[in-house]
Design a protein around this ligand. Structure first.
Ligand code: 5GP
Ligand code: MN
Length: 348
């Protein structure tokens, strides 16, 4: 199976031969796929003899901090001077798991100004035209799957070792919610089968990522579900919201709120879920949906965001109450689509 144009791959291959310093970047609040694809690509390129670094905008949760490559990562929010030098000196910059430069948030301007060749590898809808080389495939589980495909297309499958395989597996597993969405493609399982053959222990990886809740994170989840969940069956929608006080009370650390939105979506008959968290200067929102209801469109049209059809994010610059009111007032406009999407999965 060839996801990429052969000409493009061979152009890319000769382009790569002439590079000295390579920088791999990924999006703000890096998730399992952002980190998995970055660490895997970094190790592959290092094994090929390149000088490579991984730069992430900000810190990420502990349940992702065990992957090979984690020790060497540069975090912009902690070490911006080193990061700025790396950006200045890079000949080629990979942009992994994001479709617009502003998604790196803290070093957007720096990246925009860089004269390095920018190579996008991504699976988000509507990539922006700021990249020199684009490997964008929407109908794929994850950027990690695309990195596997790219290494394969380069004729280097034999260079995928156990460490690289583990990183790629984390990306595929987390971006499909443990194989529950965005994964109805035989190819995803063919890649996974190959990764298992190379030595991934899928049960161990699952434990390392998902069975690491701290006590306060578990209690936060309980609080969200019992006290902060609003279900609107009329609109097949549900949301959860957390204020700054809530987060202080449960000592919320980065990554602790990851995945909470999915609980709202797992209620029968609910096709649209949102999760609102109060930040210093805005309300951050995660959207999830079932079926054909596009949260990418919803987030783009109303909340300065975007993402995928069934998983997207956005921001509101109103206060929490106004944001929730605005959200609720928008729902009637989508009633038919929400109802239709709520039937998703009921008919076999
Ligand atoms: P999450 O809710 O997990 O933060 O994000 C869900 C998906 O939407 C992820 O794939 C993420 O990359 C994408 N996403 C989140 N926030 C934004 C945003 O503000 N803009 C865009 N374009 N995509 C986003
Ligand atoms: Mn991804």
């Amino acid at each position: 199976m060839h996801k990429f144009d052969r000409d493009q791959v061979s152009k890319f291959k000769s382009l790569l031969t002439n590079q000295n310093k390579i920088l791999i970047t990924t999006h703000y609040n890096p998730d399992g796929d952002a980190l998995g694809s970055s660490f895997a690509l970094c190790r592959y390129l290092k094994n090929k003899g390149y000088q490579v670094s991984v730069l992430v905008p900000n810190e990420y949760p502990g349940f992702l901090a065990w992957m090979p490559g984690n020790k060497d990562v540069i975090v912009y929010s902690k070490n911006s001077e080193t990061a700025d030098i790396l950006i200045d000196e890079a000949d080629l910059i990979f942009c992994l798991d994001y479709n617009a430069i502003q998604r790196v948030n803290l070093f957007t301007e720096k990246l925009e100004k860089s004269s390095a060749i920018k190579v996008l590898v991504d699976h988000h809808l509507q990539p922006e035209p700021q990249f020199d080389f684009v490997f964008s495939v929407i109908n794929t589980s994850s950027t990690s799957e695309l990195i596997y495909d790219l290494i394969n297309a380069m004729g280097d499958k034999h260079l995928i070792d156990k460490e690289i395989a583990n990183c790629l597996y984390v990306g595929i597993m987390t971006d499909t919610g443990s194989f529950s969405f965005a994964c109805n493609h035989p190819h995803t399982y063919e890649v996974v089968a190959e990764l298992v053959r190379i030595g991934v222990d899928t049960e161990q990886v699952h434990r390392l990522v998902y069975d690491t809740y701290s006590e306060h994170r578990m209690r936060l989840l309980g609080y969200c579900l019992s006290e902060k969940l609003q279900v609107m069956h009329n609109f097949s929608s549900a949301y959860i919201w957390l204020t700054k006080e809530d987060m202080k009370r449960f000592n919320v650390q980065s990554g602790d709120t990851e995945g909470i939105v999915n609980y709202a979506l797992s209620i029968k008959g609910i096709s649209f879920a949102a999760f609102f968290t109060e930040k210093r200067d805005r309300i951050r929102i995660s959207f999830r949906s079932k079926g054909d209801f596009s949260v990418n469109t919803f987030a783009r049209e109303h909340f300065n965001g975007g993402g995928h059809r069934n998983a997207a994010g956005g921001d509101s610059f109103m206060n929490m109450q106004e944001t929730l009111k605005t959200f609720e007032m928008l729902l009637p406009n989508y009633l038919d689509d929400l109802k239709k999407a709520s039937l998703h999965g009921d008919i076999f």
